[in-house]
Design a binder for this molecule. Structure first.
Ligand SMILES: Nc1nc2c(ncn2[C@@H]2O[C@H](COP(=O)(O)OP(=O)(O)OP(=O)(O)O)[C@@H](O)[C@H]2O)c(=O)[nH]1
Ligand SMILES: [Mg+2]
Length: 214
């Protein structure tokens, strides 16, 4: 199977206040290393990766948006048709946590009301500078029907897990019929793999990069 074959293609967004570590999270996920000297994103950056999730090969197309206010009108135009999002705050910066409500409203109104969002408390390694407890953030997540993880783009802790959990949740919703990939703006596309599997009815063994074994 060619490395570009996949069962599903999912469009993802990374959103949240400036300096929370969004670009570092994307870099850690794709390159498996910490991005040294990361500077503010201008507009949007893009990355993609093929993962194995729930026995499916899934290609993620990830739009890493700028958190700075001056880019808001540009970044908003990328929200449309996203299937999943990482909503990021910095556990050592309360302002970034306080801004979550506004980011959430934007995501649900501009992307899709059905967008699957995982709340990410990044910079977990900065325990001595923590300003937001795990408990209060998990309550916020529960109240707003978000998944939740604390991560460190520096150490890599939970970074892959964040993308996997979000993808897995989307696949489960596709299977249950709650999400319809055929809906315009769903942020989900079928790939070659799905078409081939439907026609051959044979289980396929994938050999994609980034086998995450979830
Ligand atoms: N200690 C620690 N520092 C981090 C972590 N992730 C990012 N940083 C630092 O935080 C700063 C901002 O990281 P970026 O990834 O550029 O932040 P961003 O959210 O993309 O910012 P914008 O593009 O302006 O929205 C950089 O100095 C990073 O080195 C982390 O997990 N731990
Ligand atoms: Mg950035």
């Amino acid at each position: 199977m060619a490395s570009e074959s996949y069962d599903f293609l999912l469009k993802f967004l990374i959103i949240g206040s400036a300096g929370t570590g969004k670009s570092c999270l994307l870099h850690q996920f794709i390159e498996n290393k910490f991005k040294q000297d990361s500077s503010h994103t201008i507009g949007v950056e893009f990355g993609s990766k093929v993962i194995n999730c729930s026995n499916k090969t899934v290609k993620l197309q990830i739009w890493d948006t700028a958190g700075q206010e001056r880019f808001r009108s540009v970044t908003k135009s990328y929200y449309r048709g996203a299937a999943g999002a990482l909503l990021v705050y910095d556990i050592s910066n309360r302002d970034s946590y306080n801004a979550l409500g506004a980011w959430l409203t934007d995501a649900r109104t501009l992307a899709s009301p059905q967008i699957v969002i995982i709340l990410i408390g990044n910079k977990k390694d900065l325990e001595s500078e923590r300003e937001v407890t795990f408990l209060e953030a998990s309550r916020f997540a529960q109240e707003n029907e978000l998944m939740f993880l604390e991560t460190s783009a520096l150490s890599g802790e939970n970074v892959e897990e964040a993308f996997l959990r979000c993808s897995k949740n989307i696949l489960t919703r596709i299977e249950s019929g709650e999400l319809n990939p055929d809906r315009v703006g769903s942020g989900i596309q079928y790939g070659d793999g799905t078409i081939r599997k439907l026609s051959s009815n044979k289980p396929e063994v994938s050999s994609s990069d980034g086998n995450c074994g979830c």
